[in-house]
Design a protein around this ligand. Structure first.
Ligand code: MIC
Ligand code: SF4
Length: 650
């Protein structure tokens, strides 16, 4: 008798090619896709470039949740393009104001046992409802909409056994923060996390979704919960009971690695500046003065999350030393809070209400003051992501955030002096899909609206035979896609590559010196090729394929790092940049910005799958050394790279 995990069961129903052996390339059928506006414009431009009339998935949804500030016409131009292209291609369009893609998808579309591919790294949120939900670059999502399977390595499965039950004031956020303490953000590439054990049934679907959401920060491909009575109840309350199927691991199913967490033993935790795995207990941090608190994001803005915040704030006022902002995860959540009076409690306490969307999580407003602490219920605290250089962002649960809003300092909520509010999930959710626009059955006659800020995907040349490389930048460990391709005020240029490319690696630019973009263009325009050198966990974080497209546009041909994160590595391949790893990690120290790296006969070496590939490092002082480069590319990846990117492959 086979003893299968939930991951194995879903994969065996979806594999279209490849062997079910960890690390081996497989292709899986994708049932549903989601896009959000910041990555969606490029994804639909790519879909158009493929000449696809109508999407071939069971369901595809286009959300607008990131770029909502509308400072200048760019955001609204994007929205109009997205709404019209969705109608033309058979995609449901979720209007701005309807909520954050992951939260709304969980409420309205997630189905246990199905696969979901989304152009956002937090797509695994829907693992909370038992979906195999995976984040990818926009081009991979466009390919899935075009009916192509998704290519990935067959995963190693990390089983997480949950026992016990959360104590009062301890939240689902603390479970995932504990996971980040145990597994860290490094070294988990190619794994999927599966939760099981008696503790699972004590967690509601939105709580599970908080955990699977922030599994993205572990660097795993996705995280998943079984589909049980709790899942059924959630779906029924959403009026979607018919979508439920039971899904659980067989008894004695085997995992590649095992982690055990006793929920009863957990205490409130925080991820300290500036990495989601820099975990300390709230008890240790208590007393640190706080200048700002923000509650929201796709991690923690469900109805239950905001209801507990409302209950804590009810009849109280926030500290004069902090500002409190709240961004509800969806219109469903916001309207329910408004109708039952919780919103009034929040407003009366002194909170500032933001619209339902990503908002400050992606640097769209609410940047903190210099040298102040900001507490956020979000999932990422990479340096500068708040929009303030040198920021001090802590990631916490809604309970800890509300406690700090009341006291003006980091506070263990158990010490607040009032009992844990008895807040349950709603008996029934408010269902109103009027902000979803269903596409017409035939979209051929729909006019696609392209205002002047809507560009087109840039074209690349085939990979040259010899890389005459110049190291345009050398960066350190954990360089995130936020470091490579900043969002915040630049986010509005997502559909305009030449404009957006100007700020690649902006955080590393030095005043009075040429920027990364200027240096790369100088190399490119002189007929050379740009090379980026990184260290460990290069490309962690956001799925934004712009972190590959814009460097490609600037003439970058290769990245050399110690390890590259999954989504970013796939994006590099999709846009014809070779993701190399150092065969000898010590070579990293030999390289400096401005050095040359020459790789001769690269096309042939890749085609023959020669490893390692030898390159010559020419130092600025005239000395030379040989460095050896490895790569982990499938045959299909190599074909794509040789062609200069996926859009060049017919
Ligand atoms: C993020 O949280 O960084 C984002 C913004 O949602 C990104 C997508 C993007 O950059 O558009 C993500 O997580 O993939
Ligand atoms: Fe939006 Fe933040 Fe979630 Fe990304 S992490 S999807 S920016 S709320």
């Amino acid at each position: 008798m086979a003893k299968n995990t939930v991951v194995q069961k879903i994969l065996s129903n979806h594999i279209v090619s490849g062997n079910a052996v960890a690390g081996e390339p497989v292709a899986i059928r994708i049932d549903q896709t989601l896009t959000q506006d910041a990555t969606g414009t490029m994804a639909y431009l790519e879909l158009e470039a493929m000449g696809i009339d109508k999407v071939k998935t069971e369901l595809s949804v286009s959300y607008v949740d990131h770029n909502m500030m509308q400072n200048g016409p760019e955001n609204r131009n994007d929205h109009l393009y997205l709404q019209s292209v969705a109608a033309a291609k058979g995609v449901i369009f979720s209007r701005p104001g309807n909520g954050i893609c992951h939260q709304v998808h969980l409420e309205r579309f997630g189905v246990p046992g199905k696969t979901l591919l989304g152009s956002d790294s937090h797509t695994p949120t829907n693992g909370g409802i038992g979906m195999m939900a995976i984040g990818a670059g926009g081009l991979d999502v466009a390919l899935a909409m075009a009916g192509q399977p998704f290519r990935m390595a067959y995963p190693k499965i990390i089983g997480v056994k949950l026992t016990g039950r959360l104590s009062p004031w301890v939240a689902a956020k603390d479970i995932i923060l504990k996971m980040l303490e145990i597994l860290t953000t490094k070294g988990n590439v190619g794994c999927m996390v599966e939760y099981f054990g008696p503790g699972v049934k004590t967690l509601t679907v939105p709580q599970r979704a908080t955990i699977t959401n922030m599994g993205a920060e572990l660097g795993v491909t996705c995280s998943i919960f079984p589909s049980d009575e709790m899942t059924k109840e959630f779906l029924e309350k959403q009026g979607r009971g018919e979508s439920w199927v039971e899904l659980k691991a067989d008894d004695d199913a085997e995992y590649d690695k095992l982690v055990e967490i006793d929920l009863s033993a957990l205490k409130p935790l925080a991820a300290c500046p500036s990495s989601p795995d820099n975990i300390r207990s709230i008890a240790e941090l208590a007393g640190i003065p706080v200048g700002q608190v923000i509650i929201g994001s796709c991690t923690n803005s469900s109805y239950r999350d905001l209801s507990i915040v409302a209950a804590m704030l009810r009849g109280r006022k926030i500290s004069p030393d902090v500002t409190l902002a709240i961004a509800p995860g969806s219109r469903q959540v916001l309207e329910m809070l408004a109708r039952n009076g919780s919103l009034a409690d929040i407003i009366s306490a002194g909170a500032r209400i933001l619209e339902s969307g990503c908002g400050p999580c992606i640097g769209q407003g609410q940047s903190p003051a210099n040298d102040t602490v900001t507490l956020r219920t979000f999932n990422r605290n990479f340096p500068g992501r708040t929009g303030t250089k040198g920021d001090q962002a802590y990631l916490v649960s809604p309970e800890v955030a509300a406690a700090a809003a009341l006291t003006g300092k980091i506070t263990d909520p158990a010490t607040l002096g009032f009992p844990y509010p008895d807040v349950r999930d709603a008996d029934k959710f408010l269902i109103d899909d009027s902000m979803m626009i269903t596409p017409p059955c035939c979209g051929r006659s729909v006019e696609i609206i392209r205002k002047k800020t809507i560009g087109s995907p840039p074209v690349n040349q085939a990979l040259p035979d010899t890389i005459n490389g110049t190291v345009v930048i050398k960066v350190g460990d954990k360089t995130s896609t936020d470091d490579i391709m900043p969002a915040g005020v630049h986010l509005k240029h997502r559909s305009n590559i030449p404009e957006y490319a100007k700020v690649v690696f902006e955080r590393f630019n030095e005043e009075g010196k040429p920027t990364f973009a200027q240096r790369a263009m100088a190399v490119r325009d002189a007929g050379g090729h740009g090379v980026i050198v990184g260290r460990d966990s290069y490309g962690q974080g956001s799925s934004r394929e712009h972190a590959a497209i814009c460097p490609m546009y600037l003439g970058i041909k290769a990245l050399i790092a110690m390890a590259v994160e999954r989504i970013h590595a796939a994006n590099l391949v999709n846009f014809g940049i070779v993701p190399f790893t150092f065969a000898d990690k010590a070579d990293y120290d030999k390289i400096e910005q401005g050095d040359s790296i020459v790789i001769e006969g690269l096309r042939e070496k890749l085609a023959k799958k020669e490893t390692p590939i030898c390159a010559v490092l020419k130092k600025k002082d005239g000395s030379q050394a040989e460095i050896k480069l490895n790569y982990h590319l499938s045959d299909e990846d190599i074909r794509i790279i040789l062609a200069g990117g996926r859009l060049n492959v017919k």
